[in-house]
Design a protein around this ligand. Sequence first.
Ligand SMILES: O=C([O-])CC(=O)C(=O)O
Length: 155
Amino acid sequence: MKPTADLYDEHGDDLQSCTTQFRSFGARTSFEGAVTTVRCHEDNVVLKATLGEPGAGRVLVVDGGGSLAAALMGDLIADLGASNGWEGVVINGAVRDVEALSKINLGVKALGSNPRKSRKEGVGVRDVEVSFGGVTFTPGCHLYSDADGILVTRA
Ligand SMILES: O=C([O-])CC(=O)C(=O)O
C-alpha cells in the first residue's frame, strides 16, 4: 500500500482524514480494504460474529462510542478475523491481550486497552453509517491505514 501521506497528496480532500489518535496493536501496521461497520457499546457479540465471516480483504470499523470501560476484542477474536481473511479492525473503543495482538497478522487500531471483557448480550448493529474523528464511515467505502493515520473515501 502507498503511504497515506502520498495518498493524501494525490487525492487531497477527496479522502477524509480521521483525527482520532489511535494506537496500533496488530502485527500489521499498514492495511487497507472495503469497510464493513458495527456499532456497539461494551458488547462484542456482533463484532465477533462479523469477524467469523470470510473477510475477503475487508476492514471492520467498530464504533464502540469511545468507551474504554471494556475490551471489545482480544487475541481470540483477532485470531478469528485474521484466519478468515480480514485485513484489519479499527475500534473506537478498547482491546485487551495487547502482547498477543502484536503477534497476530491483522491490522488493529484502537483507542487503548482494558483487561475487563465486554458483555455478551448481543446488543449491536451491523452495516450502519458510523462517525468519529471527523470521518463518516459508510459501509463499502475504502479505508487506508498506516502509522500516520486513517484515510477514508467519501460515499
Ligand atoms: O472474549 C472476549 O470478549 C474477547 C477476548 O477476550 C478475545 O477475543 O480473546
